[in-house]
Write a protein that binds this ligand. Structure first.
Ligand code: AMP
Ligand code: MG
Length: 836
């Protein structure tokens, strides 16, 4: 094929010499690699021949014949002709005669002229057909890839061979007979069903080669006749497998009657852009041929075909079906750009399960047939969820009191120039508890705490717990209407605030304790250690979360929820009394629960961070150094600013830091690049923890290394805390395979008791655990989307509810920013409707 005067020309030679090489093979192992290497040697399209033959000799009477041809001169059908001609010629030579091949009525060039005429016709009905059926469904399938798609396909691939055995083939034939289908239609149906389960797409386009030899004269011609067609499976409206198969069959029939329109013309007619990243119109293809059981017979020779991968992939996924009389030989060819070899094995299993369901239970809905293998299911349900249990003592304050008893003179809390020892803190909290008990506060009563970050805030929280009550933190920077809503919704027994903030809570009729105004009264109380003895399942705090839908709701967290959080993560962090923590986050955000008790339950030191310091990365950076903070908790957006300050201010990171723990929103690994340019990843250790208020601060754990930042893009959140379970479930609460996006459900000892006073909403979000029926255990349904990486690591993808509704409350720009950041992977459009 040469370029002549700017035009591509086929040059037809009168005679062609085909090189025939001989090569000895040392071992069966080296045969595989020799064959793959031979298949991978490229052709120069401007030089003949575009065919080469090698005879590999393994031993006496044991040879492998390798025929390699470029696709531009042959197709699958041509290879069968070639083999037949070869067998005939071999036979003639063995009989002492000369090979004689019958003359052909037409040549390939005749076919090309004919096709050109056909296409020159205006209003080609074939093009019209294809344009109509494809122009509205050109969104590429979002396949569950292991790697992200490169901008330019490398065409590297891997191959997996398997069989649809004779038993299943017989069942499929019987099932197809009833519907007028075929084994091919059944396989196309199975593939469409699996791809629907992978992607949730309801229109599945699957490409496929067709022989495209519409005239008997063309049946014996060698050349590239094959064309590509596009099957379209309509999986909308929750069809059964039987219904889907009948749709697929009807579609295939209409495709066959328009199979001769050349694919490149179809692509042009439909108007999709060709790109280097993916094949146009379809990403998955199926090839099917009926084949004799014995492909090739030579006199006195036993010949069997060998499947050779040449390390390439023509599409993202190509399934090749060679249908024999009683079984089907299959291969899966997958793009190595996207898939690791394990993905082919999973797809094979899923296809076989779909085929089995089609054969034995065709009335099963496509969304419900059992797709996963038992192994995959076990892995998803228990393998990745090794559930430990931690038995905890009575209450959070009891554990605090044990520390306070041992460390009366150690500093517990520092705020600017003032500090408070464990002994003082314990005593002041006892006094407040005594006062609160006088107001009727006891187990299960809620006490609102509306204070700026301060030592008083810590006293207030401890006082509430010691009285037996549960605290409801109110952020004093919140707008009045939000505070009023929360107070009314929660119907609190008492309010703890100070003179500066008492107007904010004035809407509540409950008795108010003003820590500054009432200081003298409180200080006069005996404050005898007399903490309420509680059970671990009694209420510790209620935090309101706005979530992304509807009005804020209070989440009821128990003492046991909090205590087991620290016990279950202890092996990872080994926090102790030498640790210094910052209270950076608002008490109304549950990250503060981790900061507060992470220091005080271990005898460590808590550094109160003023609001204006929290907003100034430079001042905060200085505070970390001054106080020798060892455990730093940050949202990724806050840490981004701190990285910048760190770069501007210091030659070395704050040396004291042991951990930087991320939470609250998606972590963009790339944002850490400037950090790792300057700091190693062992000290401090960076850890991403995904969490939800409804499951007690944290759910997962994932140390982040410099290597992650270099080699990954997704927001990895790791593995569950050992006493929690994370399930990725489809809308029918079935586990999904590796790589398939699904909703995060969380089970285990961190799951909240309920939403406060919201029985109906609680029943919607806290569901009976489907994997432990009758156990009384519940799963929290998060509304978050994630996928499992092949090593079990979980990657966060965003929120499921694309619609973010925040109504009736003033929201700070920072809040919008963090909502957007945690959504940006799936959100198409953001509408912010502002009034006032
Ligand atoms: P909230 O309960 O209000 O604290 O918000 C919990 C939500 O924050 C989760 O449902 C996630 O959408 C998001 N989130 C929390 N931590 C992470 C994290 N490490 N990575 C990604 N998203 C997170
Ligand atoms: Mg929430």
């Amino acid at each position: 094929f040469r370029q002549i005067d700017g035009e591509l020309r086929q040059i037809i030679l009168p005679v062609l010499e085909v090189p025939f090489a001989n090569q000895d093979v040392e071992s069966a192992q080296s045969l595989d690699s020799l064959l793959s290497a031979e298949a991978a040697v490229p052709f120069d399209l401007t030089e003949s021949p575009l065919l080469r033959v090698t005879l590999f000799t393994i031993g006496p009477g044991d040879v492998v014949l390798a025929i390699v041809a470029h696709h531009i001169v042959v197709d699958g059908w041509s290879l069968a002709i070639l083999l037949q001609d070869l067998a005939d010629s071999y036979g003639s030579l063995m009989n002492g005669g000369d090979p004689v091949l019958s003359a052909l009525p037409v040549q390939y060039a005749d076919f090309t002229m004919w096709e050109r005429q056909l296409l020159a016709e205006v209003d080609n009905p074939g093009l019209e057909f294809w344009r109509n059926r494809l122009s509205r469904s050109t969104t590429p399938l979002d396949l569950p890839a292991d790697q992200s798609r490169p901008g330019t396909r490398s065409h590297r691939g891997h191959l997996l061979a398997f069989q649809i055995d004779s038993a299943l083939t017989a069942q499929l034939k019987a099932a197809s007979r009833a519907t007028g289908g075929s084994v091919f239609v059944a396989t196309l149906t199975a593939l469409a069903a699996v791809l629907h389960r992978y992607t949730a797409a309801t229109t599945i386009l699957i490409g496929g080669p067709v022989a495209n030899r519409p005239l008997p004269e063309l049946e014996h011609v060698v050349g590239f006749f094959a064309n590509t067609v596009v099957y379209r499976a309509d999986v909308s409206g929750e069809p059964t497998l039987r219904e889907l198969m009948s749709r697929v069959k009807d579609d295939a029939l209409s495709v066959y009657s328009h199979q001769d329109t050349p694919f490149d013309q179809v692509v042009r007619a439909v108007g999709v852009e060709r790109g280097a990243a993916r094949n146009p119109l379809f990403q998955v293809a199926v090839a099917h041929q009926r084949q004799p059981d014995v492909l090739f017979t030579l006199p006195a020779i036993d010949a069997t075909p060998i499947v050779v991968g040449n390390g390439t992939a023509k599409f993202d996924i190509l399934i090749d079906l060679q249908e024999r009389s009683a079984h089907v030989d299959c291969t899966i060819e997958m793009s190595s750009d996207l898939f690791s070899p394990g993905a082919a094995g999973r797809l094979r299993d899923h296809l076989l399960h779909a085929l089995t369901a089609i054969a034995t239970a065709p009335d099963t809905p496509v969304s419900l047939f059992p797709m996963l293998s038992q192994n995959e299911r076990d892995q998803a349900v228990t393998g990745w969820n090794p559930s430990s249990a931690f038995s905890v003592e009575s209450s959070v304050h009891a554990r605090f009191e044990r520390q306070a008893g041992e460390r009366r003179l150690d500093v517990a809390v520092i705020h600017g120039a003032t500090s408070c020892t464990y002994g003082d803190l314990d005593h002041r909290a006892n006094q407040l508890a005594e006062y609160l008990r006088g107001l009727g506060v006891g187990p299960e009563s809620l006490v609102a705490v509306c204070l700026a970050p301060s030592i008083d805030l810590v006293v207030a929280i401890l006082g509430v717990l010691k009285a037996g009550g549960a605290y409801l933190p109110l952020d004093p920077s919140y707008p009045e209407d939000r505070v009023a809503f929360t107070l009314a919704d929660a119907s609190v027994r008492a309010v703890i605030t100070d003179a500066a903030h008492s107007r904010l809570t004035a809407s509540s009729d409950a008795p108010h304790v003003l820590l500054d105004r009432d200081r003298v009264v409180l200080a006069a109380l005996a404050g005898q250690p007399a903490s309420a003895a509680l059970e671990p399942d009694q209420l510790c705090y209620v935090i309101y979360t706005s979530g992304s839908t509807g009005r804020p709701k209070g989440v009821e967290i128990t003492h046991g929820n909090v205590l087991r959080l620290f016990d279950a993560t202890d092996d990872w962090f080994s926090f102790d009394h030498k640790d210094v923590w910052s209270l950076f986050h608002s008490a109304a955000f549950d990250f503060s629960v981790w900061e507060l008790w992470g220091s005080l339950l271990y005898g460590g030191r808590l550094v109160i961070v003023d609001r204006n310091v929290a907003r100034s990365p430079r001042e905060f950076h200085a505070l970390i150094r001054k106080e020798g903070v060892t455990v730093l908790n940050q949202t990724p957006s806050a840490f981004k600013h701190l990285i910048e300050a760190d770069r501007l201010l210091a030659a070395t990171p704050p040396a004291s830091l042991r951990y930087v723990i991320f939470g609250g929103e998606a972590l963009d690994l790339q944002s850490l690049a400037p950090w790792f340019e300057r700091h190693a990843d062992s000290h401090p250790r960076l850890v991403n923890m995904y969490g939800i208020t409804e499951t007690t601060v944290h759910v997962t754990f994932r140390p982040i290394s410099a290597l992650d930042v270099r080699s990954r893009t997704g927001s990895v959140i790791g593995e569950p805390i050992p006493d929690l379970q994370v399930y990725l479930l489809d809308p029918h609460q079935q586990p999904v395979p590796i790589g398939v996006p699904a909703e995060i459900y969380v089970g285990g000892a961190g799951v909240a008791r309920n939403y406060l006073n919201r029985a109906e909403l609680s029943a919607q979000r806290f569901l009976p655990d489907p994997f432990r029926p009758g156990s009384g255990r519940r799963l929290y349904r998060s509304g978050d989307l994630a996928k499992r990486l092949p090593n079990g690591d979980i990657e966060y993808l965003g929120r499921i509810d694309h619609q973010v509704k925040i109504r009736g409350f003033r929201i700070e720009l920072g809040e919008i920013e963090s909502v957007l950041r945690s959504h940006d992977s799936i959100l198409d459009t953001v509408v912010i409707a502002a009034d006032g």
